[in-house]
Write a protein that binds this ligand. Structure first.
Ligand code: SF4
Length: 122
């Protein structure tokens, strides 16, 4: 099977062709550097994405807190990650970078706060 991947690691946007046979990478062509080679192989064999979402905040100046995974997670786990965040509520104050959910959906990635949320003004 041949897969074409556009590398997003730099503005050059190399078009990389990856050939996979019986689950193994047989050839990689078109990459401009090692970063692109690794990106294309991962994109074809085990694609990953950073998941961004929001969770509920109580007692804060905002009702929702933007969060994201601390590292990309396998695409096949994205639905589980989103499900794991459903119903999560945090109490203000929250600090940017604070861990909201550890090892979300068994991915090894944490879910972290994307911004500070101060307590609601009395
Ligand atoms: S393969 Fe290397 S040179 Fe090409 S787009 Fe990716 S990072 Fe840039």
């Amino acid at each position: 099977m041949l897969s074409d991947v556009v590398c997003v690691r730099c503005p050059r946007s190399c078009l990389i062709r990856v050939a996979v046979e019986e689950g193994s990478v047989k050839s990689v062509e078109g990459y401009g550097c090692r970063l692109g080679f690794e990106y294309a192989v991962e994109e074809v064999t085990n694609p990953k994405r950073t998941v961004c979402s929001t969770v509920r905040v109580v007692g804060g100046r905002y009702p929702r807190l933007p969060v994201r995974t601390s590292e990309p997670v396998p695409k096949s786990k994205i639905r589980e990650v989103v499900e794991a965040l459903r119903g999560v509520t945090v109490k203000a104050p929250v600090r940017r970078g604070e861990v909201i959910v550890r090892n979300v959906a068994g991915t090894g990635a944490d879910v972290v706060a994307e911004m500070d949320v101060e307590p609601e003004a009395a």
